[in-house]
Design a protein around this ligand. Structure first.
Ligand SMILES: NC(=O)c1ccc[n+]([C@@H]2O[C@H](COP(=O)([O-])OP(=O)(O)OC[C@H]3O[C@@H](n4cnc5c(N)ncnc54)[C@H](O)[C@@H]3O)[C@@H](O)[C@H]2O)c1
Length: 437
């Protein structure tokens, strides 16, 4: 009898294994490139026909991934498809689909579940399935394992199942998919072992943990740690502001402590696919165990209050000049959720724009990374990025710095703007026309 575990490990080691990546977004695409760079044949799956066509034509839809990288991927035999029957060609299937919250701020696992269901007709003995999407502890064991076993295959003997969270930080040039250590937990020792073999071929350091649940909670701990500390520093910003102290000066000074302090920076609110969302996956699951996650809820409350606090600063700044928000021309700088990226998911700038519009302001935005305001699940604004010049900046009553992209000429903006509200600590020196928020 063939030992499927050893056979799969051999194919992974000699690079004859074919790797499938399901969900070709910010996480899946760099991962597909990583495997292709290590000479694996990779097949990419997505339900988005436009993404599949773009990749097959050698084009990229993610700003920090160049077309040359996609062409390199294609040269390695990569193909993208919407056809899940190609799953039969694979040795390993890596799932990188979204895990958002629903309208009640509860986990929406529909993407993960639908993907898993789409795999089932095509699974065959000897395949490895790895879930990378961020999720609550228990997802792999409770949602994937029974579905995989329903095919009649035994996980740990016929099929292998692991959870290995992604730690992608788009736009961060200091770390690559290869150099970021990767945590992994398996459903059985054989699952873990074959998962380690796969990831060790493409990632410098793979960190095993005892279970898929431990791996799932590891990812949540990392993001909860950020959400809570950003909540703390946002709260301190409000206190410092009332006391007439510059929080950025304080953070810079505290950062000189060589141990026991990590700097987190305040801002106009949380953004991105991860930090505003992932902590609530744990909140939801913890309820099943009768536990309230109070730190997470409190940080969420503080962080969610930031856009309104910033708008309060805008109202006050205009008021000081005997102007009202209603009828004012306001330019929002930066609509991506963080600097130097084109990702607008959950961006606090969107809420700032909505609040300003509902108060009667005329709002424009400028963002070199987002030329047109994209279609979003909840928002549809017909706006495109204003080209910045001394004249265009001077035409606004107020400029609101929401994202501190390096491509903004902040010196020119400082000279040209009539009034600036700065939510990112860009302007350190006090000036009559600059309000810190
Ligand atoms: N973006 C990040 O920086 C980041 C970092 C770490 C972890 N994560 C996690 O990774 C997961 C994916 O995030 P992302 O940012 O890559 O999302 P994304 O929206 O950029 O990409 C997800 C892709 O999955 C596709 N998809 C949706 N349903 C599908 C299905 N049934 N079959 C095939 N494809 C499907 C979508 O069309 C999309 O292209 C999430 O769980 C997220 O929390 C994201």
């Amino acid at each position: 009898m063939i030992d499927l575990h050893q056979e799969l490990a051999r194919r992974l080691e000699d690079r004859s294994a074919v790797i499938g990546v399901v969900g070709l977004g910010y996480v899946g695409l760099p991962l597909a490139i990583r495997f292709a760079d290590e000479r694996y044949k990779v097949i990419g799956f997505d339900v988005d026909v436009e993404k599949v066509s773009a990749l097959n034509a050698g084009a990229s839809y993610i700003e920090h991934i160049g077309a040359s990288q996609i062409q390199r991927l294609l040269a390695q035999g990569f193909e993208a498809t919407t056809d899940f029957s190609a799953i039969t060609q694979l040795d390993a299937i890596i799932i990188c689909v979204p895990t958002p919250l629903n309208q009640y701020r509860e986990p929406d696992l529909s993407f993960v579940v639908n993907t898993t269901e789409s795999l089932l007709p095509y699974l065959k003995p000897g395949q490895l399935v790895s879930l990378e999407s961020t999720t609550y502890p228990g997802t792999t064991d409770e949602e994937l394992l029974p579905r995989l076993q329903s095919t009649g295959h035994v996980v740990g003997r016929d099929l292998f199942l692991v959870y290995s969270p992604e730690r992608e930080d788009p736009g961060n040039k200091r770390f690559t998919t290869k150099s970021i250590p990767k945590v992994i937990g398996g459903c059985t020792p054989a699952c873990l072992s074959v998962g380690m073999t796969m990831y060790s071929a493409v990632i410098d350091r793979v960190v095993p943990v005892s279970s898929t649940k431990a791996a799932e909670l590891t990812k949540l701990l990392e993001n909860i740690h950020r959400a809570v500390n950003i909540g703390l520093v946002n709260e301190l910003k409000v206190v410092a502001d009332r006391m007439g102290i510059d929080i950025h000066e304080v953070i810079l000074a505290a950062s000189t402590k060589p141990f026991g302090f990590t700097a987190y920076y305040p801002g106009p609110g949380l953004g991105g696919h991860c930090i505003p969302i992932d902590p609530f996956y744990l909140t939801w699951k913890a309820r099943e165990f009768g536990i309230n996650t109070r730190f997470i809820e409190l940080a969420g409350e503080v962080n969610a209050s930031m856009p309104r606090w910033v708008i309060g600063k805008v109202v006050h700044a205009l008021n000081e000049r005997e102007q009202s928000v209603k009828g004012s021309k306001i330019l929002v700088l930066g609509i991506a959720y963080k600097k130097n990226v084109d990702d607008m998911r959950e961006s606090p700038s969107v809420e700032l724009i909505e609040l300003l519009l509902s108060a009667g302001a005329h709002v424009d935005y400028s963002d070199p990374h987002v030329p047109c305001f994209p279609k979003m699940r909840r928002h549809q604004l017909d706006l495109s990025s204003v080209v910045l010049s001394p004249e265009s900046v001077a035409a606004y009553d107020l400029v609101l710095v929401a994202t501190d992209h390096d491509r903004f000429d902040f010196g020119m903006i400082e000279k040209s703007a009539r009034l600036i509200v700065d939510t990112r600590g860009v302007y350190r020196e006090p000036a009559a026309h600059i309000v810190k928020a």
